[in-house]
Design a protein around this ligand. Structure first.
Ligand SMILES: [Zn+2]
Ligand SMILES: [Zn+2]
Length: 392
């Protein structure tokens, strides 16, 4: 039965590719997804779903009611693009200067609409309903939170949440379905080192915050190598550093900021404490002062064992089409906010094609993916959802 969904999705191939390319030509940044949301709402309406717009600013919800009573499955897709100037010269390259779908969210939106179409044809055999959530502002954060604040997890509340992220670390045809932590949690930090400015030729009269900040940046590299259990996956990276105004002036202060990623929430306190202690300790030893701001973070995406096993069992029925692996991704996602109250799974769907050079990493100006993943994802996720809602 499951293979029928693959065939039905394959019949939509041209339509899916056309729609994805249209989204790709017209990327929209966080909370500005007006055109995308309009197309989504129009398509959901035409499929006969109950549609709500303006949820969490630019989010859209579509509810597909099955013929009989049953559970509610929430399927989440994100719609936002990135402030990156596209360097691809495909005929469907971005037409908006400085903005680009460089993470595959154009694909996610297209795939969710494809699933809505396939399952709306199956409405008579569905027991329960699918709540399609099209989320704004995943990249900058805040989209899931604002949709939930507008009631996206209520009436009806989900019994299960599913979603996918296209992933260029894997070839198309391979899916990472990890039981347990599958995408990392994240934390942010900003450090301001204050010293005493002065003339570059007379450093002995200053407390140099540049030399101090440099020492701190190097020392922070020891958190992963010397404080965290080697079997635990953690990253600490500094993303920006600002200070100074001229070659011969030692400035009053230097600010730098960074991010850390982790899979085990138990490790978060250790990382935060080490960042604080290293920064303040080195600063005081060098006659400076460090202020450490450890901003709000987000937890890892943790897949439920049973929901993941169910998806894997459906994929195994698709024969050789889907090769399932268990490979976590050291990136973070706010889909976890839709997953936290109910058993859920977020799957990483291979979208690369090395032979065609479609394997640039996410957020790269030449990012693109193999569009074979569009019908494949529509087919396999429709099969999983239909089986859960008793129509397998
Ligand atoms: Zn991204
Ligand atoms: Zn993304």
């Amino acid at each position: 039965m499951a293979t029928d969904f693959l065939a039905a999705a394959e019949a939509l191939r041209d339509e899916l590719i056309e729609r994805r390319r249209d989204f790709h030509r017209h990327p929209e940044l966080a909370f500005q997804e007006h055109r995308t949301a309009g197309i989504v709402a129009e398509e959901l309406n035409s499929l006969g779903l109950e549609v709500q717009t303006g949820i969490g600013k630019t989010g859209v919800i579509g509810i597909l009611e099955g013929a009989e009573e049953g559970p509610t499955l929430l399927y989440r897709a994100d719609m936002d693009a990135l402030p990156i100037a596209e360097e691809n010269d495909t005929e469907y390259a971005s037409q908006v200067a400085g903005q680009m779908h460089a993470c595959g969210h154009d694909g996610h939106t297209t795939i969710a609409l494809g699933i809505a179409k396939l399952l709306s044809n199956q409405r008579e055999s569905l027991k329960g309903r699918v709540k399609f959530v099209f989320q704004p502002a995943e990249e900058s954060g805040g989209g899931a939170r604002s949709m939930i604040a507008d009631g996206a997890l209520e009436s009806p509340a989900p019994d299960r949440t599913l979603g996918i992220h296209l992933w260029n670390d894997l070839e198309v045809g391979t899916v990472s379905a990890v039981s347990g932590p599958t995408m990392s949690g994240v934390g942010l930090f900003e450090v301001t080192v204050s010293g005493k400015g002065g003339h570059g030729a007379m450093p002995h009269q200053t407390a140099d915050p540049i030399v101090c900040a440099a020492q701190i940046v190097v020392a922070l590299q020891s958190i992963v190598s010397r404080n965290v259990d080697p079997a635990d996956l953690v990253v600490v990276s500094i993303g920006q550093i600002h200070g100074g105004s001229a070659h011969n002036i030692i400035p009053q202060s230097v600010t730098f900021s960074g991010t850390f990623r982790l899979f085990r929430e138990e490790t978060r306190d250790l990382i935060k404490t080490r960042i604080h202690d290293i920064a303040t300790g080195i600063a005081s030893g060098m006659g400076c002062r460090a202020e450490v701001d450890l901003g709000l973070g987000m937890g890892a995406i943790v897949n439920d064992a049973e929901v993941t096993a169910h998806a894997r069992s459906i994929f195994s029925r698709l024969g050789d089409t889907v090769n399932v692996v268990e490979q976590p991704w050291m990136a973070s996602e706010d889909v976890g906010l839709f997953m936290q109250r109910v058993p859920s799974a977020y799957l990483l769907v291979g979208s690369a094609n090395h032979a065609r050079n479609l394997d640039y990493p996410h957020h790269h100006p030449r990012f693109d993916f193999d569009e074979d993943v569009l019908p494949l994802s529509v087919g396999m996720m429709s099969a999983v959802i239909a089986d859960y809602l008793g129509a397998g």
